[in-house]
Write a new protein. Sequence first.
Length: 285
Amino acid sequence: MTTPVHILTFDIEEWFNLLDFDETRSVDSWDKFECRIFNNTDKILELLKRKNQRATFYCLGWVAEKYPDLIRKIDNAGYEIGSHSCYHQLAYELTPEQFRDDLKKSIDLLENITGKKVTNYRVPGFSITRKNSWAIDILIENGITSDSSIFPAPRGHGGFENFGTSKPVIIQTADGNLKEYPINTIPFLGKQIIFSGGGYFRLLPFMLIDNFMKRSPYVMTYFHPRDFDADQPVLKGLSKARRFKSYYGLSSAFAKLEKLLDRYRFVDMKTADNMIKWETLDVYK
Ligand SMILES: [Zn+2]
């Protein structure tokens, strides 16, 4: 049997970086919210050290701009750093030029701190969809070689319906190739569902997540510091459904993550890249 590839990743952004919400949409509004990212990221770093697990951190350029010490800390602890854009905007709401500028700025900010090339990317809100797949060309043009922006299922915003696979594939373009690591799905009660991050991980009972993990040869997790912060303020003006999605299960999520790290061995993107037999996988054109 081949070794399962379970990848651990965190999107390093603030608790208020919710998408599709006018109060927090623009970067100019962010200064009025309290800063919780240091404590929340520390909690994750301490856990990873205790459980001896590797992970990749997709960081906002904005975090690098405002708190370079936090990026330095993640890098000094030996974790791989990718870009999660600069200003956390939905890619399909940007023009190709705006998307390119945002990507470049985030890469520059992160590289200037770590001195290492940024080759991993994840878009905010899984907002690379069939309609704005031009974003893939821009990633390749800017030196991104591995991407984890495809959410191959319907969702509130973003999502790439009918992507065709929830396993790694090589996306081939005229300007080069990109290794795509979609979020994995699993068939459950007649539907393809997601379990490995964000609200889904907080909502599902651990027993079910454990069962799904056992059945998944490939798992791409996507956690955020806010997923484990039960004391964060509740943003005013969210719809009931949105409030539920964003705040449900915060108090039990950290214990669930601890259990997950006890039971399964995770890798970062670099290690996953070496484990995957790319030559045997599908090419996506
Ligand atoms: Zn994000």
